[in-house]
Design a protein around this ligand. Structure first.
Ligand code: GLU
Length: 494
């Protein structure tokens, strides 16, 4: 049987990186096994739907090149792929369960249920609607079929799963092993809500079955629902897919799940793309292939020391046996390091064509060659493409001050003399590539430590000791600007 997996987000907000990792693992698993990757939008909860989030999810997957083989935009043989468009399918399927005696109608009002809850609270228990008390409520098991029929015409109702308390529910999670739950621990969960829409659990199981899903790979937060899902499969007499519940993505520090607030507090993104004004990985200057590489490693281990993988490589080596059980701590520095490696590996031309929003800080009035050269000079220093803006300042803006420590040090060696030499070269328009040799010759009579010469020049041009090679900076900025910076520094020294 060929592999079919799905990513099934609910459009209740932007996709966070946990969701993106789930999509990625599904995608890699499908590709590794020559299978299909489906996108299904689980939008049965009309109240939690957030405008724009379906589109966001689709765009985020596209940015990361996680292209579904079937989904709401492309269609496919098991569509529609939006649950809100599958209502009829759920109606047919709930009828099947009711006819089999595996589900039943319940007419209890909200007041009845909250009263029952209060009583349970007083007894310090929680209300469980199930075998031990279901006949005390208003439902098609406690009423005659005539009464039920009449009520169906006039009263709001839900449909509940009839759980057998004696049943031992057995499940296998491929990451965690076998899990057993006693039926008595599960209540008669609602499958169809009063608005006629299915609950997440019911729609999820019906769709996974009808879409031929062979493996369900999803977040650990769904593990507590697994027994209920297994019961629904059993009620239909269907074979359940293989389940894998992925470890949580944890906060960088402390305990618990990574949240949007952690990102806000510590200044890192948690969404792939911008959402409501807060920047995503894309806007901070991540290469999507770097984010994909980092997320692949967040909860999975290739089993070697290697940490940088191309996307095709990941598709070849991804192995679900190496998915970790324990939570994975999010580490933004590590993510940036991976991005840095990808920046190093990506040629200038590609960067200039794919990431214009960052490279356009290098002036277009410069020649193509000069822009590319300037980028190449700072590229080693970039962890995020947004760093290009600060790193290219050395070419674009005169220093707005001089590092006092360095200034103090070079002042011990009469830097005026040194700067005057460079001013002389600039005025005479001596090509920058000859400056180093010339200053060495000059220094034969002056004996200034060569480091001090270079530091003086760098201080004049940059204001501190950072940045690429000073002669390269002169080359990029050109004679006029170099001269202006040297003279400004000289007047400061005097
Ligand atoms: N709609 C669920 C979610 O938003 C999907 C859970 C699953 O994959 O079964 O996470």
């Amino acid at each position: 049987m060929s592999v079919r997996v799905r990513f099934a987000p609910s459009p209740t907000g932007p996709l966070h990186i946990g969701g993106l990792r789930t999509a990625l693992y599904n995608y890699l698993f499908a590709k590794k096994n020559g299978g299909k990757f489906l996108l299904r939008i689980e939008d049965t909860d009309q109240y939690r739907k957030v405008e724009g989030s379906e589109n966001y999810i689709i765009e985020a997957l596209k940015w990361c090149d996680l292209r579904p083989d079937e989904g709401p935009l492309l269609g496919g043989k098991t569509g529609p792929y939006r649950q809100s468009e599958r209502k009829k399918i759920y109606e047919e399927h709930i009828d099947m369960l009711i006819r089999k005696g595996k589900a039943y109608y319940a007419f209890d009002s909200a007041e009845t249920l909250s009263k029952a809850r209060l009583i349970a609270d007083e007894k310090k228990t929680t209300l469980k609607y199930g075998a031990h008390n279901r006949l005390e409520f208003k439902n098609s098991l406690s009423y005659t079929s005539e009464k039920t029929k009449a009520l169906l015409e006039t009263t709001a109702f839900v449909v509940r799963l009839k759980v057998d308390p004696k049943k031992n529910v057995e499940m296998i999670d491929k990451i965690r092993g076998s899990i057993g739950v006693q039926g008595s621990e599960i209540d008669d969960k609602i499958l169809i809500k009063a608005d006629g829409m299915p609950t997440y659990h019911f729609a999820n199981v019906v769709d996974d079955h009808l879409m031929g899903i062979t493996h369900v790979i999803r977040g650990e937060e769904w593990l507590p629902s697994l027994a209920l899902h297994q019961l629904i499969y059993d009620a239909f007499g269907w074979h359940a897919p293989i389940f894998m519940h992925l470890p949580l993505i944890l906060k960088p520090q402390g305990k618990g799940k990574l949240s949007k607030r952690d990102g806000e507090k510590m200044g890192f993104p948690v969404y792939p793309l911008e959402w409501e004004g807060s920047k995503g990985f894309k806007e901070r200057g991540f290469l999507p292939e770097a984010l994909v590489n980092y997320l692949a490693l967040l909860g999975w281990n290739p089993g070697t020391e290697k940490e940088i993988f191309s996307f095709p490589e990941l598709q070849q080596i991804f192995d679900t046996d190496k998915i970790k059980k324990g939570g994975a701590k999010f580490d933004f520095d590590k993510a940036k390091w991976v991005n840095h490696k990808f920046i190093e590996l990506t040629d200038e031309k590609t960067i200039f064509s794919r990431f214009i929003e960052f490279t356009d800080c290098l002036p277009y009035k410069w020649s193509e060659k000069k822009r590319t050269y300037a980028y190449a000079l700072v590229k080693k220093r970039l962890f995020l493409l947004e760093d290009l803006i600060s790193e290219s300042r050395v070419f674009l803006a005169d220093p707005d001050g001089y590092d006092p420590e360095v200034l103090k040090k070079v002042k011990e060696h009469e830097p005026q003399k040194i700067i005057l030499q460079f001013i002389d070269y600039a005025k005479k328009e001596i090509p920058v590539k000859e400056w180093k040799e010339k200053i060495k010759v000059w220094n034969e009579d002056h004996n200034v430590p060569f480091g001090v010469i270079m530091q003086s020049l760098r201080l004049a041009l940059v204001g501190n000791l950072s940045g690429p090679d000073v002669f390269d900076i002169c080359f990029i900025t050109g004679n006029t600007i170099t001269l202006r910076r040297l003279e400004k520094f000289l007047s400061q020294l005097n």
